[in-house]
Design a protein around this ligand. Structure first.
Ligand SMILES: Cc1ncc(COP(=O)(O)O)c(C=O)c1O
Length: 388
């Protein structure tokens, strides 16, 4: 369907959504693949923590229940249970903790990693080489991964497949259900980085049959740096004992028994030190907004915006980097820009927040973005790249 045959508004009240984002009065945020804007709700959540700290001095019981509420909101987003969610400060930390739960010494020592991973994921798996892991790379060609590339690389030596759900450069998505089935048919596990898709693409960990799924919150989840969530499939939890650990991974962190390494019965065994409390307040508020609107409705609107970006970009002479099928990508669309960093700065001068990566400039609208926002961003990019 071409954009002139598409709806001009989403199924939810976009005007009401926009009223809750003060930044929209002065800018067009198209950088949701990097940092989503503040909402009245996320700001209120931060203030709620500051208020509790200020008026109660200390409220560990209240703060710990807020951590659980944040984990619960993440669980709701991916169709998991609260007991299957662990909390971290970054995706990198979560990935290191998962890696630390495996020995790479036996016959099963291979990790299959895609070249589309955000670099930090590659770094964590490469660091396991000194523990016996061998790494094999699934290649990216022309901005995407051919599904068949997995077939040749996953075998009975594969311990784990590490696959991003959405490619950070251009939003291209992968068929996780297919990768999970292939990995499982060889007795391997699937680790998914969904940072570029959660909040933008519906994700159901049970239907997709993934084993681990990780995400931070500052992109489509409308949150801040310093907090990330990890889903661990219930059946795996009891078998895993991460050596990256700490007192919050214990059965009862507040037992204060220094000589006992007991394990939480839930995914909390992956937690380590004092959690990022204020970040979790904000993360919960961000995820609540998305869960309330409903990610399927957001996804439908994203497809309209993505098609508009692709068609409108081409009409303006811009070059899309990677595949252009909106069913197989997020709304984040990458355009070739030789000096992308300079283009990002010049677009900011024109009131459009874009995100540069290498030689592409990414335009990533979200649930509150309008067709007019997309057109204005494309106009700004066209003018900037033409040096006007
Ligand atoms: C897909 C993806 N994974 C991971 C990261 C980084 O994760 P962290 O900085 O939380 O370790 C990013 C971007 O910041 C990303 O886009």
């Amino acid at each position: 369907m071409r954009y002139w045959a598409m709806p001009s508004l989403p199924s939810y009240d976009i005007a009401a959504c926009r009223r809750r984002i003060p930044l929209l009065a002065s800018a067009i945020p198209m950088n949701n693949c990097s940092q989503a804007p503040q909402t009245i709700d996320t700001r209120a959540a931060a203030e709620r923590y500051l208020e509790s700290w200020n008026t109660r001095g200390m409220d560990w019981d209240g703060w710990m229940s807020e951590i659980d509420l944040a984990k619960g909101e993440f669980a709701r987003l991916v169709n998991a249970d609260l007991e299957e969610i662990a909390l971290f400060s970054s995706v990198s930390q979560a990935t290191s903790a998962v890696a630390s739960a495996f020995a790479f010494s036996g016959a099963r020592h291979a990790v299959v990693v895609t070249e589309a991973e955000f670099p930090t994921i590659g770094h964590v798996w490469l660091a396991q080489q000194k523990r016996g892991a061998t790494i094999s790379w699934v290649p990216v060609r022309d901005g995407a991964i051919e599904e068949a590339e997995y077939d040749a690389r996953i075998d009975d030596n594969t311990l784990l497949v590490s696959a991003t759900h959405g490619y950070f450069l251009n939003g291209v998505t992968q068929d996780l259900g297919r990768i999970a089935a292939l990995a499982h048919s060889h007795g391997a596990l699937l680790y998914v980085d969904a940072y570029q898709t959660l909040g933008a693409v519906p994700v159901d960990v049970r239907a997709l049959d993934v084993d681990f799924l990780v995400s931070g919150n500052l992109k489509y989840l409308m949150g801040v740096p310093g907090v990330a969530f990890l889903y661990v499939r219930r059946e795996l939890i009891q078998q895993l004992h991460p050596s990256v650990t700490g007192w919050f991974g214990r059965a009862n962190p507040f037992a204060f028994t220094v000589k006992e390494l007991d394990w939480s019965a839930t995914a909390s065994r992956f937690d380590s030190g004092t959690p990022p409390v204020i970040n979790a307040y904000i993360a919960r508020a961000g995820m609540e907004v998305l869960n309330t609107i409903g990610v399927p409705a957001i996804r439908a609107w994203h497809e309209v915006l993505a098609q508009r970006l692709i068609d409108g970009g081409r009409e303006r002479g811009l070059t899309v980097f990677g595949p252009d099928d909106v069913k197989r990508k997020t709304a984040s669309t990458a355009f070739v820009a030789p000096d992308a960093h300079a283009a990002e700065l010049a677009m900011r001068q024109r009131g459009v927040l874009a995100s540069a990566r290498g030689t592409v400039i990414r335009l990533a609208p979200h649930y509150y973005s309008t067709i007019a926002d997309v057109d204005a961003a494309l106009d700004a990019l066209q003018h900037v790249l033409a040096g006007r």
